[in-house]
Write a protein that binds this ligand. Structure first.
Ligand code: C2E
Ligand code: CA
Ligand code: CA
Length: 881
C-alpha cells in the first residue's frame, strides 16, 4: 500500500514536471501545448491504472479521479477530452465489473473539473488548498457513490476497503496536484507577462527618438541604446564602461553626476538641460532620468533619456521672435485659406476697434467698407492666387462705422507640400499719412491764405491749356490782376486786414468766373484768372475775355467790409489771349504781367490786352537788365552830388544821386534804370556801390578841413536794408574806409519800408548806435502813419518835391507842408524840403518852419569835382540866404 502511495506520488510529480516542460517548450503554440498536455494527463491515468491496486477482480483503485479532475480544471475541455479518451480506453481495455463504472467515473470527474474551471474563470471559485480539498472530497464522494452501483455482494467489502482511503487520501492528493499545477500555471503566466513586458520595452526604446542610457551612481555608462538615424548621437559614448567625464566637458559632466545622485535619492523622474559641443556649434540636450529599482550589476543605477533640443529651442526662440513681431505696430491678421480670421494682434484692435472675440472665425469681408469696386477685389485675388502677394491702399471700416484708408499687404503661406495654409495680412492706418499728403499737396499747389491754386499749379494748368487750345483752335485767356494800392491798405490797417481783404477778393474772383475757369494767386496782391474754351475768332474771344475782365473789375472794386472798416481797392487787369502753342507758358505769364503794368500805368482800374509793342518794351527791359549787370561790373555807375543846405550853416553836405555813364548812350539818370534794376534784383548791388563811394568820399574829406564837416545822404532801397548781413557789411565798410558814420545819412523811401517794420527798425537802431542817421524820402506821398514814424528811429523827414513844386500858391500843399513840419517838430525830427527851385519857394518853406533845403536853387546834382569846387567856394549859403 505504501509502495503504491509512493508510486502514485512519483507519478503525480513527474506529471507536474512534464507539464512544466511542456509549457516551456510549446508555450507559444497553444494547440500543441494542449494536445501534449492532454496526452500527459491521459498517459498518467493510463500508467496509474496499469500499476493500480486491484481491489477485487475487475475493480481497480487508482488516482485517476484526481488527475482527470485536474485535467478538466487546468487543461480545459480539449485537454480533458484527450485525457478522458485515453483513460476511458485503458479502463475499458482492462475490463472487469468495474469497467463501466470506471468509465463513468472518468467522464464525470473530468466534467466536474471543467465545472470547477468555469466557476474559477468567472471568479466564483478560487484555486486554494482548502477549495481544492473540498473539490477533491466532492470528486471522491462521487467515486464512493459510484461504488454503490457495484454488485451488492461486493459492496460491503468495497466500501470497507476503498471508501475510506478514497475520502481521506484522494482529496489531499488533489490539493497537492492542484497546487503544483497552479504554481506551474502561475509561472507560465508570469513568463508570458514578462515576455510581453520585454517586447513592449523593446518597442518603446525603439520608438523613442531619445538616446537611452543606463548610468550607475558614479556616472559610468552601463547601457547605451542609440536611436537610429540621428547622427547627433554619434557623439555619445559607444563604449559601455566609459564615464560621463570621458565624454562631456568637465563642468557638464560634474553637473550631470550631481544630477544622477539627486535622481537616486529622489525616486521621482528628474529633468536637466545641458550642452555638448556638436559638429555645427554647441548642442543643447535635455536629459530625463528615473532611478532603477534594485541593483544593476550590483550597482545603483538610473535610466537616462537624452534628447537633442537644440532645434526645438531654436524653434521656440523663433516662435518667440515671431510672436513679438506679430505684436508689432502694424495691425496683423492671420486667416485660413478661406479668409476666415484665425488671429489678430493688439495693433489690429487699436486700428479697427474690433477685439479678437469680435472677429475670430469670421471672414475678412466683415472689414470691407464697400468703397472698393468688385474689380478691385478681383485684381487683388488674382494677384494673391498668382503670386501669393498683394499690397496696396484699401478703404476699410472700423467697428464704429468710420471708413478709413489703410495700407494693406497680404502674403500667402504655404506648407512644405506647397499647399496654401494661411494668409498673413499686415495693415497700417494711413489716415494720418493721407492727411499729411493732402496737406503737402495743399501747401505745394495751393496758396495758404486764400486756398486758391498757386503759381505752380497755375503754370501746370496753363501748360495744359496751351496744348488744349492749340488742338481745339479755341482761344484761351490769361489775366493778371493786381490790386491797386493794396500796399497802402496793408500799411494803414495792418496785415491782418490786408489778408482779410485778399481772402474776400479771392472769393469774389471765384464767383465772377465759370466753374471750369482757374483762379490763382501768385502772391502778394497778384491774382491770375485763366479762361478756356473761348471763341475761335480772335475778336470774339477778346470781347468775351473783356466781359469777364469787366465783371471781375466790378466785383473787386465793390467795398470790402473788414472788421468795422469799409475798404476799397481798384484793380488793374492785363490780358493775353492764345490759341496756339507758339508761346511758352512762361512767355504768356510775362505778357499778361506786362499788360497788367500797362493797365496800371494807364491810370489803374483798367484792363489792357497784350500787344506787340509791349513785347518790344519787354525785350528792351531784358537788354537793359543785362547792361546794368555788366555796367555794375565795369563801374559805370557814379554818384552825383546835390547840395543840401540850411538856413544857418549854409552847405551841410549832399545827396548822392546815381548816374550811369553808359558806354553808348552817355550819362543816364536813375529814372531810366532804377526800376529795371529793382525788378532784376540788381538794386542792392547798385546801392552798395553808391554807399561804398560815399564812404570813400567821406573818408577822403576827413583830411580836408573845408570839407570835413560835410555829410552825405545815400539813397538805399528797402531790399538792401532787409539783406541779412546789411548791418555788418555797412559797419565793415565804414571801418575799412575810415569814414565817420556821423556824416552818413541813409535815405529810405517810406512805402518800401513797411513790409517788415520791426525788422527795419531793428536794423536802423543797430546802425544808429554807430551814429548813422536816417531820413525818410518823398515824405507825404505814401501812407505814413504816426505809428510808423514813432516806431522807426528817424532823424529827418524829407518833404517830397511834388508838394514844393506848387508853392507858394497852392493852399492844400501849404497845409500839408505845415502839418509835416508840425509833426516833425513834435517828434523832434529835422525837416528838409527837396526840389526847391525858386527863392519864393524857399521863403514859403522857411515861413512854414522848414529850414533845410535841397534843389536846383542851391545846386543841381553835380559830378564830384564840381561839387567840391562849389563847396570850397562856399559862396552858396551866404549869398542865397
Ligand atoms: P530822389 O531821391 O527823390 O532824388 C531827388 C530827385 O529829384 C533827383 O532826381 C534829383 O535830380 C531831382 N531834383 C533835385 N532837385 C530838383 C529840383 O529842384 N527840381 C527838379 N525837377 N528835380 C530836382 P534823380 O537824380 O533823377 O533821381 C531820381 C530818383 O532815383 C531819386 O529820387 C531816387 O529815388 C532814385 N535814386 C537816385 N539815386 C539812387 C541811388 O543811388 N539808389 C537808389 N535806390 N535810388 C536812387
Ligand atoms: Ca532821395
Ligand atoms: Ca525825393
Amino acid at each position: 500500500m505504501l509502495l503504491n502511495l509512493v508510486q502514485g506520488a512519483a507519478l503525480l510529480l513527474s506529471l507536474c514536471w512534464l507539464q512544466a516542460v511542456n509549457a516551456h517548450l510549446w508555450g507559444k503554440r497553444r494547440l500543441t501545448t494542449q494536445l501534449v498536455s492532454g496526452l500527459l494527463f491521459g498517459g498518467t491515468c493510463v500508467i496509474g491504472m496499469l500499476t493500480a491496486i486491484t481491489v477485487q477482480p475487475g475493480i481497480i483503485y487508482d488516482a485517476r479521479t484526481v488527475v482527470l479532475s485536474m485535467a478538466g480544471l487546468f487543461g480545459g475541455p480539449l485537454v480533458g477530452a484527450i485525457a478522458v479518451v485515453l483513460a476511458g480506453a485503458c479502463r475499458l481495455w482492462l475490463g472487469g465489473v468495474g469497467a463501466a463504472g470506471g468509465v463513468v467515473e472518468i467522464v464525470l470527474t473530468m466534467l466536474l473539473g471543467l465545472g470547477y474551471r468555469s466557476l474559477y474563470l468567472r471568479g466564483k471559485a478560487s484555486i486554494r488548498p482548502f477549495s481544492l480539498w473540498l473539490f477533491g472530497l466532492l470528486v471522491q464522494c462521487l467515486g464512493v457513490f459510484l461504488l454503490l452501483l457495484m454488485p451488492r455482494e461486493q459492496l460491503p467489502f468495497l466500501l470497507a476497503e476503498m471508501a475510506l482511503p478514497m475520502l481521506l487520501v484522494m482529496p489531499i492528493a488533489t490539493v497537492l496536484l492542484g497546487s503544483m499545477l497552479e504554481y506551474i500555471e502561475q509561472r507560465k503566466r508570469a513568463d508570458q507577462a514578462l515576455q510581453v513586458s520585454e517586447a513592449r520595452t523593446r518597442a518603446i526604446t525603439g520608438a523613442i527618438p531619445d538616446l537611452l542610457l543606463v548610468l550607475d551612481q558614479d556616472g559610468r555608462y552601463l547601457e547605451v541604446v542609440y536611436p537610429r538615424d540621428n547622427p547627433v548621437y554619434a557623439l555619445c559614448p559607444r563604449q559601455v564602461g566609459q564615464s560621463l567625464f570621458d565624454v562631456l566637458p568637465l563642468a557638464e559632466a560634474g553637473r550631470l553626476q550631481a544630477f544622477i545622485r539627486q535622481t537616486l535619492t529622489s525616486g521621482t523622474p528628474q529633468k536637466v538641460e545641458y550642452t555638448m559641443p556638436g559638429p555645427h556649434g554647441p548642442l543643447l540636450l535635455e536629459g530625463r532620468s528615473q532611478r532603477l529599482d534594485g541593483l544593476y550589476d550590483g550597482k545603483r543605477a538610473v535610466v537616462f533619456l537624452v534628447r537633442d533640443i537644440t532645434e526645438r529651442k531654436n524653434a521656440e526662440r523663433e516662435l518667440r521672435i515671431a510672436a513679438t513681431a506679430f505684436e508689432s505696430q502694424q495691425g496683423m491678421i492671420i486667416t485660413d485659406p478661406d479668409s476666415r480670421i484665425l488671429r489678430v494682434n493688439k495693433a489690429f484692435t487699436a486700428i479697427t476697434g474690433y477685439s479678437p472675440e469680435d472677429v475670430l472665425g469670421r471672414k475678412t469681408q466683415m472689414l470691407s467698407s464697400g468703397r472698393q469696386s468688385p474689380e478691385f477685389y478681383r485684381d487683388m485675388w488674382r494677384s494673391l492666387i498668382e503670386t501669393d502677394k498683394w499690397q496696396g491702399e484699401i478703404w476699410n471700416r472700423r467697428k464704429n462705422g468710420e471708413i478709413f484708408p489703410e495700407w494693406l499687404s497680404i502674403s500667402g503661406v504655404r506648407n512644405a507640400q506647397g499647399q496654401l495654409i494661411n494668409y498673413v495680412a499686415s495693415l497700417t492706418d494711413s489716415t494720418e499719412r493721407k492727411a499729411a499728403e493732402d496737406r503737402i499737396k495743399q501747401l505745394a499747389f495751393y496758396d495758404a491764405l486764400t486756398a486758391l491754386p498757386n503759381r505752380r499749379l497755375l503754370l501746370d494748368r496753363l501748360q495744359h491749356a496751351v496744348v488744349t487750345s492749340a488742338r481745339s483752335g479755341r482761344f484761351a485767356a490769361l489775366m493778371f490782376l493786381d490790386l491797386d494800392n493794396f500796399k497802402n491798405i496793408n500799411d494803414l490797417y495792418g496785415h491782418q486786414a490786408g489778408d482779410k481783404l485778399l481772402c474776400l477778393a479771392a472769393e469774389r474772383l471765384g464767383n465772377a468766373v465759370r466753374a471750369g475757369d482757374t483762379v490763382a494767386r501768385l502772391g502778394g496782391d497778384e491774382f491770375v484768372v485763366m479762361l478756356e474754351g473761348l471763341d475761335s475768332q480772335a475778336s470774339e474771344a477778346a470781347s468775351q475775355a473783356e466781359q469777364v475782365a469787366e465783371k471781375v473789375l466790378a466785383a473787386l472794386s465793390a467795398p470790402y467790409l473788414v472788421g468795422t472798416v469799409e475798404l476799397r481797392s481798384s484793380t488793374s487787369v492785363g490780358v493775353v489771349l492764345f490759341n496756339d502753342d507758339a508761346c511758352s507758358s512762361e512767355e504768356l505769364m510775362m505778357r499778361a504781367d506786362l499788360s497788367m503794368y500797362e493797365a496800371k500805368a494807364a491810370g489803374k482800374c483798367a484792363v489792357r490786352f497784350f500787344d506787340p509793342a509791349m513785347q518790344e518794351a519787354v525785350s528792351t527791359r531784358l537788354r537793359l537788365e543785362e547792361e546794368i549787370g555788366s555796367g555794375l561790373q565795369a563801374g559805370e555807375f557814379i554818384g552825383y552830388l546835390q547840395p543840401q543846405v540850411d538856413q544857418v550853416h549854409g552847405l551841410l553836405g549832399a545827396e548822392v544821386l546815381v548816374r550811369w555813364q553808359h558806354p553808348r548812350r552817355g550819362l543816364l539818370g536813375p529814372v531810366s534804370f532804377i526800376e529795371v534794376a529793382e525788378r532784376a534784383g540788381l538794386i542792392e548791388q547798385l546801392d552798395f556801390q553808391m554807399l561804398r563811394g560815399a564812404c570813400q568820399q567821406l573818408a577822403a574829406w576827413r583830411q580836408q578841413p573845408a570839407m570835413s564837416r560835410l555829410s552825405l545822404a545815400v539813397n538805399i532801397s528797402a531790399r538792401l536794408l532787409y539783406q541779412v548781413d546789411f548791418v555788418e557789411r555797412l559797419l565793415q565798410l565804414l571801418q575799412e574806409t575810415g569814414a565817420d558814420p556821423g556824416r552818413l545819412k541813409l535815405e529810405l523811401t517810406e512805402s518800401l519800408l513797411l513790409d517788415d517794420l520791426p525788422g527795419a527798425s531793428a536794423r536802423m537802431l543797430a546802425l544808429k548806435r554807430h551814429g548813422i542817421r536816417f531820413s525818410i524820402d518823398d515824405f507825404g506821398t505814401g501812407y505814413s502813419s504816426m505809428a510808423y514814424l514813432q516806431q522807426l528811429p528817424l532823424d529827418q523827414l524829407k518833404i517830397d518835391q511834388s508838394f514844393v513844386r506848387k508853392l507858394p500858391e497852392d493852399d492844400s500843399n501849404l497845409a500839408i507842408i505845415r502839418a509835416i513840419c508840425a509833426l516833425a517838430n513834435s517828434l523832434d525830427l529835422e525837416v528838409i524840403a527837396e526840389g526847391v527851385e525858386t527863392d519864393a519857394q524857399r521863403m514859403t518853406l522857411q515861413g512854414l518852419g522848414c529850414n533845410h533845403y535841397q534843389g536846383y536853387l542851391f545846386g543841381r546834382p553835380l559830378p564830384l569835382a564840381e561839387f567840391e569846387r562849389l563847396a570850397l567856394a562856399a559862396e552858396v549859403p551866404a549869398e542865397m540866404l
